[in-house]
Design a protein around this ligand. Structure first.
Ligand code: ATP
Length: 404
């Protein structure tokens, strides 16, 4: 007789199958549930990423919708707020964002202004300050006319134009003559144009404010004109001053009709320069010396009388001038008695003053590398050969310049 446990042992095969089916089904469903859970987690994290991205894009849209701020400079601080000058030159009394650190609010600081009410929103860093970046300011240059070799006639012309109007102002008044405002120096590179401007600043105890015109050709509308205005404002404040503009052709080229917006900005810079030259404010103690290697490119407006009153040509030095320049640059240099500077001068036809200086420097380097105390003839001849080869190479590479 079968016991109960026996009966239990002899399970119905149909039941066994359905149990195992159920188990498989449970396993399948558990796996699906797991999978769905994983999917859910993935989707949740995707949703949170999309939400973040959406909020970033919304922020960007908000930024794009905010009106631009106007850039200006603080001129003065008063109880009511700040006196600022916007980039177009207009001066306003405006309020200041109370959260700005007061120590940053100083006259001259560059600030961002709200477009509607021009209140000061933030103080911008000054590292970009154009005056610092673009100009070389020397209280009194150390270069004197004695350092200039040759160019005797040109020195007289520059001294007459600049020194006389500083020193004999009363005489000009008595004769009812306007003193010359500026001198334009034309000539090949390295012939001493910058030197002459510095030497005349030295002889008149004037501040030398040197800038390169290509630096004035700015990318942003109105910036070039503003720079010119600021440089002349500074020159008037520091008068007597010599403003030296090198590479004048970069902003003073002939105006073309088919101008791009970049050309127009360069022209605006030129217009500002012309208006400074015309002198809304008297320029008595500020003289302008400009230099160019390409005078034929200059706009006629610059060459009209009353602007650059004197045009002084600085040619490549002739043999006598080359000898004077060599003497200037070897004044303090021990050289062997066998060197005849006259011979070097006669063998350097076409060399500029800057090249003659390099010749002496090269010869000096050669002497030092050989451990010699004096520059010998072979040092000079070696460096002459080296420079002549370099000049030939440069000439072949660049044969389009006017003064080549
Ligand atoms: P650029 O057109 O390239 O600006 P530049 O005519 O202004 O040139 P300078 O910068 O005055 O030339 O000259 C460069 C260097 O050449 C000077 O520092 C000086 O050492 C030397 N030099 C040029 N001309 C003379 C000169 N006549 N007498 C003495 N040194 C000179």
């Amino acid at each position: 007789m079968a016991t109960g446990s026996d009966a239990h042992r002899q399970e119905d095969p149909a039941n066994t199958t359905s149990v195992s089916n159920l188990q498989t089904e449970i396993k399948g469903l558990t796996e699906t549930a797991q999978q769905l859970l994983t999917d859910k987690l993935l989707l949740e994290s995707e949703i949170s990423q999309v939400k973040k991205r959406a909020s970033r894009l919304e922020e960007e849209i908000r930024n794009l919708r905010t009106p631009p701020m106007v850039i200006g400079h603080i001129q003065d601080l008063v109880d009511e707020g700040a006196i600022v000058r916007s980039s177009n030159g207009t001066v306003f009394l405006v309020s200041i964002n109370p959260r700005i650190d007061e120590s940053l609010l100083i006259p001259g600081a560059r600030v961002a202004l709200n477009q509607d009410n021009l209140s000061v929103i933030e103080v911008l860093s000054d590292s970009w300050d154009p005056l610092v970046v673009t100009s070389e300011i020397i209280e009194k240059p150390s270069v004197t006319f004695d350092d200039v070799g040759g160019l005797e006639e040109q020195i007289v012309q520059i001294r007459e134009a600049v020194e006389l109007s500083f020193t004999n102002r009363e005489d000009f008044k008595r004769l009812a003559i306007d003193p010359p405002k500026g001198v334009l120096l034309t000539g090949p590179p390295g012939t001493g144009k910058t030197m002459l401007a510095k030497a005349v600043a030295n002889s008149t105890n004037a501040v030398f404010l040197g800038l390169v015109a290509s630096e004035l050709a700015q990318k942003y509308i109105g910036e070039g004109g503003r720079l010119v205005r600021e440089i002349f404002d500074l020159a008037r404040k520091r008068a007597p001053a010599i403003v030296f503009i090198d590479e004048l052709d970069a902003i003073g080229s002939k105006r073309l009709d088919s101008a791009t917006s970049g050309d127009r900005e360069v022209q605006r810079t030129l217009m500002q320069l012309l208006s400074e030259l015309d002198g809304f404010t008297p320029l008595e103690d500020v003289k302008i010396i400009a230099a160019t290697n390409r005078p034929e490119l200059l706009d006629n407006a610059l060459l009209r009388p009353g602007r650059f009153d004197r045009i002084v040509e600085i040619p490549l030095p002739d043999e006598d001038s080359r000898l004077s320049i060599l003497k200037v640059h070897t004044k303090k240099t021990p050289i062997s008695g066998r060197i005849k500077l006259e011979e070097i001068a006669s063998r350097t036809d076409g060399f500029s003053g800057a090249e003659l200086k390099s010749l002496v420097v090269e010869a000096g380097v050669s002497a030092i590398s050989k451990g010699n105390k004096k520059i010998t003839k072979s040092d000079f001849l070696g460096s002459l050969e080296k420079l002549t080869t370099n000049r030939m190479k440069d000439k072949n590479d660049n044969s389009s310049g006017l003064y080549d």
